[in-house]
Design a binder for this molecule. Structure first.
Ligand code: AMP
Ligand code: MG
Length: 321
């Protein structure tokens, strides 16, 4: 499941495929046991949260939709509670109950045609976050209508990246990087590449220097198909049931916690550049790097990171411009 490759400057990389993505752990000492424990931790959480298999705690909730509440373990309850709160924010593009639409589009899972409008409308009715009923005392979750499905695909990696960070810290590791495929978390100082959208190779538009921060990127180039001369990607607009369509190609959030990064990438995709910049003006804890279809790279501020442009076909500006 994993391979240790010793690199330059005594940097050791360990990799595994989990949650449908290549996972990368970088350490400054050769420690296969630590890498193995880290991957096991990730796998345990994946087993709780996944909706891409018949069984998991989240699937148990989904299977009981419209019938009865399901008591779940603390991490699952906590993450669902947090996801519901993010979904209930006014005009939020984030919706934990988006499952029926994700399953209909199947983007990234053999989906290759736009579903019928009537099917989209029917599924939209099953995605109301207020129909996810939480009971703190029982630690249970009830989906009020049959056919409802929770999907934590937008934030499970963020939650897990934070748990890996906590675990490494507890074990006295002071320099490490974990990459869960879009979600990067760091202990110590690192430089992280920002991918150029829609190119096959690993070309970068820039690099992001951080110290002990999470760097989360969400992009419309990650999973999509093409039809009628358009790209149909995997970040859906909970208001319409169709992929979110605006000037953005990717959004990167730099924050202490990867869970915040994951929530905010989705929120910002819903807001677009102008409203996104405005929303972040009073949030010193959340910083963003927007990459647009017009090849603008827009920085919200640079308190938590330094950005270096590596591709001069892009124009670097900031939210005040
Ligand atoms: P990410 O790769 O973190 O941007 O998350 C994308 C995944 O989140 C999709 O593959 C879906 O499983 C799920 N998803 C899509 N649209 C939404 C949405 N509006 N709110 C919450 N989750 C979503
Ligand atoms: Mg996300």
């Amino acid at each position: 499941m994993m391979s240790g490759i010793s690199g330059d400057q005594r940097l050791y990389s360990y990799s595994a495929v989990l949650m449908g993505s290549p996972i990368l752990l970088k350490l400054f000492s050769h420690d296969e046991a630590l890498a193995s424990r880290t991957f096991q931790l990730i796998k345990r959480y994946e087993d709780l949260f996944t909706v891409n298999r018949a069984h998991s705690e989240v699937m148990a909730i989904n299977h009981a939709a419209g019938r009865h509440p399901v008591s779940v373990t603390r991490p699952v309850y906590q993450l669902i509670k947090c996801a519901k709160a993010a979904s209930m924010v006014q005009e939020s593009a984030f919706n934990l109950a988006i499952g029926p639409l994700v399953k209909l589009w199947r983007i990234g899972f053999n989906g290759h045609s736009v579903p019928a409008a009537t099917d989209i409308a029917a599924r939209l009715a099953l995605t109301r976050p207020q129909d996810v009923i939480l009971d703190d005392a029982a630690g249970s979750v009830f989906l009020a209508r049959p056919g409802m499905e929770i999907d934590l695909g937008a934030i499970a990696k963020g939650y897990i990246a934070d748990r890996v960070r906590d675990d490494l810290q507890r074990q006295g590791v002071d320099a490490a990087l974990i990459n869960l495929g879009g979600n990067v978390h760091t202990l110590g100082a690192w430089s992280i590449g920002l991918k150029k959208p829609f190119v096959a190779d690993n070309a970068l538009v820039g690099s992001i220097d951080v110290v002990g921060q999470s760097v989360v990127t969400s992009g419309i180039y990650e999973r999509y198909f093409e039809q009628d001369g358009r790209r149909w990607h995997h970040i859906l607009d909970p208001r319409t049931g169709y992929p979110l369509d605006n000037e953005l190609e990717s959004v990167t959030i730099v924050a202490d916690d990867s869970l915040d990064g994951d929530i905010w990438t989705t929120l910002i995709f819903g807001l677009g550049v102008e409203k996104g910049c405005a929303a972040l003006r009073h949030r010193e804890d959340i910083e963003a790097i927007f990459v647009t279809k017009n090849r603008d790279i827009i920085l919200s501020s640079q308190r938590r990171f330094r950005f270096h442009l590596l591709d001069d076909s892009y124009r670097l500006t900031d939210c005040t411009a």
